[in-house]
Design a protein around this ligand. Structure first.
Ligand code: NDP
Length: 452
């Protein structure tokens, strides 16, 4: 039995009914096969077997009461995956699809991503199956407070530092931070993505989207090209998608799509600064649906999407680049083929694991510039790391300072991934490169720290 088969058999037996976790592990372990051949000491010390097992999983009840006085019970989670290189760090996701397997896949990916950022952060992830959609601000606040009433005993600025993810933005981080501060009676950098008046960092909201665009810029530079004049497909309409569009516009590219879980808009004229400002108001303040874009701007068409369909029509338009920025597995094999058929040769993943294993194989076979989420979307957690540094220093850096550090980190992630891919015999394969470069730092730290 091969190394990959052996590990996958164990993973599936020990973690049944967690397909996203299996998928994330499979992708990494396939890359690590190359490393294990050269480093038998990792095999002997069972580093891979240890790295796929969370250090700790916390699951808890979150009871809360809505505006009508009705009682609800949600489930809360925190996966503390690996602390070899720093305190656990990773976002909180509030979405009805959240379950243990999804959070384990996210926590697992986070370990490698955080290692790539060059900053001292371990990996973690958490969240709840709570659905913030359609809830009042007061209901969201009561839920966040109930969630923190349990989470507070497991986190801390030197232990575990959560941030936002799907369904958790500035509003939720504020409510969570307020309750943590009350329960602990201390003001610390225990969460990132905080408001600017109370310890947040400039550029944190922009960081993931900007970072994914910087990563695409670096990949294009290897072929002597830039983003100027490129037509770009973007999915999602949340934090990552919005700031991806903003940076694309700044660099002279033309984003033409946005989506939410109901459907997508296609605007062949381009989503310009004014239209993007309108989307930000729609999504961040009015909390409306992307469908309204096509009512507002007559150049656009709206197409509802149906997850039962065998492909997503958003990925079936003529373009040069794609920035999947909504959720996991939003590009399957057929979508990957459609992208390539339509001329797309740059894919930079803002979302976590947005491409299925079939889709990844197609991108790699066709040798397009494919930046996997672990590398391409690491800008968000990188600036979270910079927020932690500023909190520890009790200083706030300027917008330019943080943006230039972010840009530098994205360049170094690109370089490390490219060099690792080359060193292990697969030049141009950023999947192998990111997995290997991220793994080596964590693995060597685990070896140094003994069996624990
Ligand atoms: P937001 O909640 O701000 O936005 C998410 C967007 O994706 C919304 O438009 C949402 O539509 C859509 N979406 C969510 N779930 C689904 C689904 N099952 N099917 C179709 N569309 C869906 O989240 P973010 O922008 O923060 O996160 C987007 C992705 O980026 C996630 O994969 C996240 O893990 C990843 N990421 C985020 C980082 C960050 O800093 N925020 C850092 C690194 C990665 P709707 O409103 O209809 O639900």
């Amino acid at each position: 039995m091969s190394f990959v088969e052996e590990i996958m058999e164990q993973v599936k037996a020990k973690n049944p009914a967690e397909p996203e976790f299996h998928q994330a592990v499979q992708e990494v372990v396939e890359s690590l096969e190359l490393v294990i051949e050269r480093h038998p000491e990792f095999r002997k010390a069972k580093i891979v077997e240890r790295i796929i097992e969370p250090e700790r999983v916390i699951m808890f009840r979150v009871p809360w009461v809505d505006d009508k006085g009705e009682y609800h019970v949600n489930r809360g989670f925190r996966i503390e995956m690996n602390s070899a290189i720093g305190p656990y760090k990773g976002g909180l996701r509030f979405h009805p699809s959240v379950n243990l397997g999804i959070l384990k896949f996210l926590a697992f990916e986070q370990v490698f991503k955080n290692s790539l950022t060059t900053l001292p952060m371990g990996g973690g992830k958490g969240g709840s199956d709570f659905d913030p959609k359609g809830k009042s601000d007061m209901e969201v606040m009561r839920f966040c407070q109930a969630f923190m009433q349990e989470l507070f005993r497991h986190i801390g600025p030197n232990t575990d530092v959560p941030a936002g993810d799907i369904g958790v933005g500035g509003r939720e981080i504020g409510f969570l931070f307020g309750m943590y501060k009350k329960l602990r009676n201390e003001f610390t950098g225990v969460l990132t993505g905080k408001g600017l008046n109370w310890g947040g960092s400039l550029i944190r909201p922009e960081a993931t989207g900007y970072g994914a665009v910087y990563f695409a810029q670096e990949m294009l530079a290897t072929r002597g090209e830039s983003l100027k004049g490129k037509t770009c497909l973007v999915s999602g309409a949340g934090n990552v998608a919005q700031y991806t569009c903003e940076k694309l516009l700044q660099l002279g590219a033309k984003p033409v799509t946005l989506s939410d879980s109901s459907g997508y808009i296609y605007d062949p004229e381009g989503i310009d600064e004014k239209k993007l400002a309108w989307v930000m108001e729609l999504k961040n303040i009015r909390r409306g649906r992307i469908k309204e874009y096509a009512d507002q701007f007559k150049t656009a068409t709206y197409t509802p999407t149906d997850s039962a369909q065998d492909h997503n029509p958003l990925w079936d338009h003529k373009a040069d680049c794609a920035f999947p920025s909504a959720t996991q597995n939003e590009i399957n094999g057929k979508d990957a083929e459609n992208l390539i058929k339509n001329g797309v040769y740059v894919v930079s993943e803002g979302a976590n694991m947005p491409t299925t294993l079939d889709g990844v194989r197609i991108f790699l076979d066709k040798k397009i510039l494919y930046g996997p989420g672990k590398a391409a979307n690491a800008g968000g957690v990188a600036v979270s790391g910079l927020e932690m540094s500023q909190n520890s220093l009790r200083l706030a850096w300027t917008r330019e300072e943080v943006d230039s550090r972010l840009h530098g980190i994205m360049k170094s992630i690109h370089k490390a991934s490219m060099e690792a891919a080359e060193a292990y015999g697969t030049p141009g394969n950023y999947v192998n490169g990111a997995n290997i470069a991220g793994f080596l730092k964590v693995a060597r730290s685990m070896m140094d720290q003994g069996v624990c």
